[in-house]
Design a binder for this molecule. Sequence first.
Ligand code: CDP
Length: 221
Amino acid sequence: MIIAIDGHSACGKSTLAKDLAKELGITHIDSGAMYRAATLYFRKLNILPNDLEGIRKNLSGLEISMVPGETCAVLLNGDVVTESIRASDINDWVSDYAKIPDVRRKLVELQRSMANRGSVVMDGRDIGSVVFPNATIKFFLTADIRTRTNRRVDELRTKGIDVSFEAVKANLIRRDHIDSTREDSPLVRCDDAIVIDNSTLDRAEQQALALRYIAERIPIH
Ligand code: CDP
């Protein structure tokens, strides 16, 4: 079984994916974390997104592994980067690296290979459209920008990262724009995706709603 969750930045995709994975006893894969790790890798090497030659040359040295489980640890060339990929610098740059076709090709391959090992719930921007067009069920999550900004501000402040509402809002709008307008695998709502606007839903309500849709589609649950 493959559950695909796509949607705008900071609309709760990973939270829903985590909750569903726990409830259904399957693996959660946060594809955004992979693009974040790739971004950290190129930032450390001082290679800008417009340096396509540099990106291409260094892609073979990029190794990302995801450790499924409660915390969903992310390893970049053997180092744990689970927390550092949430930093503001990564938020500022990630969409610029994520639109590069060579980067996407490598990460999509990795995402597909991870799903070979069993049932997964994967969240991102192109999971239902490109990575797994034949997913068992597809969700498209969204929420209004104010709600998304407030949630992300709270999340970052809880982690001790000091951010302003306006800066976070500007970053979400910018990333949504780049992600939706890029040529390679833009963020789109697939015709066969179930849309959930969770602006007024809390975590438990969104999980219950998604589980109802899953039960309708997949009778064993
Ligand atoms: O958690 P948040 O919604 O802020 O973003 P994320 O899921 O961690 O993804 C970070 C960025 O990675 C996105 O803004 C996209 O630019 C890129 N991404 C992508 O291009 N394709 C995916 N499947 C997942 C993420």
